[in-house]
Design a protein around this ligand. Structure first.
Ligand SMILES: [Fe+2]
Length: 312
């Protein structure tokens, strides 16, 4: 472990206090809970998740406070949604030696200037929310890039060797998005699943997020739960540790099934898609998700409806 004495201390930033937390021998959690980042360390280090600009700015504050900073050689992007991609320039600034790793689908999406522009519009909305609500003191100095570049492609079954017996195994995790990946660290029984199994809010409810495809979303969760896990590293909200991991996947599956059945029932009863998306929005867009642009989240609810219709 190369982190300095301050790594487990409370890090005070002027507008808030964010805790770095050592989760296991090789995993440390950064971020403010809305946007989680994971530092994995062997002889080399990797950061998993890229977050928003606001989230990455918080990570940067935490990083500056470290007495000894491990050399991060890999930045692993688990999917290309704005709140998992737009923090990349800040991370690259912090970790100039790092290669950016992600899926081919994410690489293609993030090479499109029009898409990246829309991602940064949502990212800017979140930054404004953070500034207005005192979660961030200063606007991050980021000029939105025309594209976000993934240097090395990851596919299912790939292994990233950090040395000292620390290996990250890549798992394709489609369903939430076409480009979703998960990462497994068997040495600590830690799995990093991004948004692949839903968004769990502070009350413990899980919002289903099958925005790409329902069947592959369910198959992904079924597969993820075959990996023994003492740590389930979600992208947003509380990390599941120890006994808390046990019920997570069954709950994620049940939540998605319930949403599917409810949407199907409402469609069959003749409700309009606008009416259903409004209902789903009110039910599921809580916590971190409520900081995101309303239009974007309503459009996401429309994706749930579209994906239910595709299976009816
Ligand atoms: Fe996502």
């Amino acid at each position: 472990m190369t982190l300095g004495a301050g790594y487990a201390a409370l890090m005070s930033v002027e507008m808030g206090v964010y805790l770095l937390k050592k989760l296991s021998d090789h995993v440390t959690l950064f971020g403010n809970g809305d946007c989680n980042f994971y530092l994995l360390e062997g002889e080399k280090a990797a950061v998993i998740e890229c977050g928003t600009s606001a989230g990455a700015a918080i990570l940067a504050q935490q990083w500056q406070a470290l007495e000894q900073k491990p050399a991060v050689e890999y930045i692993i992007m688990l999917h290309s949604h704005f709140d998992h991609a737009c923090g990349l320039p800040i991370l690259q600034n912090l970790f100039p030696r790092a290669q950016v790793l992600g899926s081919l689908a994410a690489q293609k999406i993030l090479a499109k200037e029009r898409i990246v522009k829309s991602l940064y519009a949502a990212d800017e909305y979140v930054t404004e929310f953070y500034l207005k609500n005192g979660l961030l003191k200063e606007r991050p100095e980021v000029k939105p890039p025309a594209e976000l570049v993934i240097d090395q492609l990851l596919v299912d079954g790939d292994t990233i060797d950090l040395g000292a017996g620390v290996q990250i195994q890549i798992i394709a995790a489609p369903g939430h998005s076409v480009c979703s990946l998960a990462a497994y660290l068997d040495v600590d029984q830690a799995i990093f699943i991004s948004d692949a199994a839903g968004y769990r809010d502070d009350s413990g409810e899980i919002s289903p997020v099958f925005f790409y495809d329902y069947d592959s979303y369910m198959a992904t969760i079924e597969r993820l739960q075959t990996y023994p896990a003492q740590i389930i590293g979600v992208a947003h909200g509380q990390v599941l540790v120890g006994d808390d991991t046990a019920g997570f996947y069954p709950q994620a599956l049940a939540s998605a099934r319930n949403a599917f059945d409810e949407i199907k029932g409402r469609l069959q009863a003749g409700q309009s898609e606008d009416e259903i998306s409004e209902k789903m929005f009110n039910q599921y867009i809580q916590g971190t998700l409520a900081h995101y642009p309303r239009e974007m989240m309503l459009a996401s609810m429309q994706l749930l409806i579209k994906n239910v219709k595709a299976k009816m």
